[in-house]
Write a protein that binds this ligand. Sequence first.
Ligand code: ADP
Ligand code: MG
Length: 276
Amino acid sequence: MADIILRASHVTKRFGGLVAVDDMSLDIPARSIFSVIGPNGAGKTTFFNCLTGFYRPDAGTLVFDGRHVLNGLRTDEITRLGIARTYQNIRLFPNLTAAENVLIGMHGHLRASLVGMVFRTAGARREEAAALAEARRLLAFVGLAGMGDHLAKNLSYGDQRRLEIARALATRPALLLLDEPMAGMNPAEKDVMIAFIRRLRDELGVTILLIEHDMKVVMSISETISVMDFGRKIAEGRPDEIQRNPEVIEAYLGRGAAAGGDADGGSATAAGPGAG
Ligand code: ADP
Ligand code: MG
């Protein structure tokens, strides 16, 4: 495993005349917790979409683990290399159970393989039992022990977010991209999620690339923070460096805020600037 698990060099993605991601370069150290922040529309999700093969960058390169060029690969190929993600807008199969949603993760996000499991052969049954046991183990790991038979749509919002992570973990990623995993959570739920994300890194050795709006969360969990605004990286550093960076404060709070005398990060730590 290379020390830099993901290197993005000059990645650009345009939609017509709009440059959604503009010359983004990032080096993500293996086993780190790395956050990307920035106002709404800054290009964070689009950057994730380039990384996971949903979009092809118009320029730039993405290299995983020092040797795999991701440009041009399909999403399933990228998943197989060891990159998994969750979505800003939860994407589960609402009418399948929690365990089935995780099984789909194991089978490369293909519903067809689940259908295939229904018409199973005797030989496939042992494999299926092992997969189900693994799904239940993953559910327990994310805090959903005993919930395997619940329909996804009947889970609470926080539990659906946890289920998304279990599904992503089912692909055994080395790099996990979390797109606003704490959106809609209350402070107590966020604290649980923060501890959980740390466990992912500490116990599974997974590198975490996080998009998150809540500055308190970002500041407490991240080793490195990269700040995007209008598609570009405007700052990068440790939380304490980012917190007092005038350009960052201005991007979040608008012109004048940085000069307002409260540049010690007090205002920048207010929850969710521009988070609407
Ligand atoms: P963020 O996740 O930082 O809020 P996004 O990456 O979702 O920002 O969006 C960045 C910019 O790209 C926005 O202006 C958004 O409207 C635009 N955008 C995102 N996806 C598309 C798309 N598929 N087609 C056209 N414009 C898009
Ligand atoms: Mg987004």
